[in-house]
Write a protein that binds this ligand. Structure first.
Ligand code: 5GP
Ligand code: ZN
Length: 118
């Protein structure tokens, strides 16, 4: 079982923000912004590559609710999903990072590994 499946199963504790029958939101253990919430489906998908559109539609609604619940829907926020090796995905269970509570700078790519097409 992957680490996020264990969090859903309550085998690993987490700081919950919101939950419904299909999705779970909890605070990131290593926050990169004043608000840093992880949003995951309870069903395991390795990454965004594998999630069906119908699930993504419902997940979008849940993410909007979470942004409102943590009070950043009006001030603004960023949603990120890291996918695969070049996306620097560490946990292989689809998740979206919800980041806010500060004016976020854009362009955290300076440390990207160069590739032939750069
Ligand atoms: P990724 O790099 O895969 O997009 O992001 C994984 C995220 O999961 C990281 O931001 C990391 O801090 C977070 N994370 C990893 N393990 C745990 C955990 O056990 N609990 C919580 N709350 N967050 C975790
Ligand atoms: Zn999983």
């Amino acid at each position: 079982m992957c680490i996020f499946c264990k969090i859903i199963a309550k085998e690993i504790p987490s700081n919950m923000v919101a939950e419904n029958e299909s999705f779970y939101a909890f605070h990131d253990i290593n926050p990169k912004a004043p608000v840093h919430v992880l949003i995951i489906p309870k069903a395991h998908y390795d990454s965004f590559n594998d999630v069906p559109g119908e699930v993504m539609g419902k997940m979008s609604t849940f993410m909007q609710e979470v942004a409102k619940a943590v009070g950043i829907d009006e001030s603004g926020y960023r949603i990120i999903s890291n996918i695969g090796e070049d996306g620097a995905q560490e946990v292989k269970h689809l998740h979206f990072h919800l980041l806010g509570g500060a004016h976020l700078r854009w362009g955290h790519f300076a440390d990207a590994d160069s590739k032939d097409f750069f």
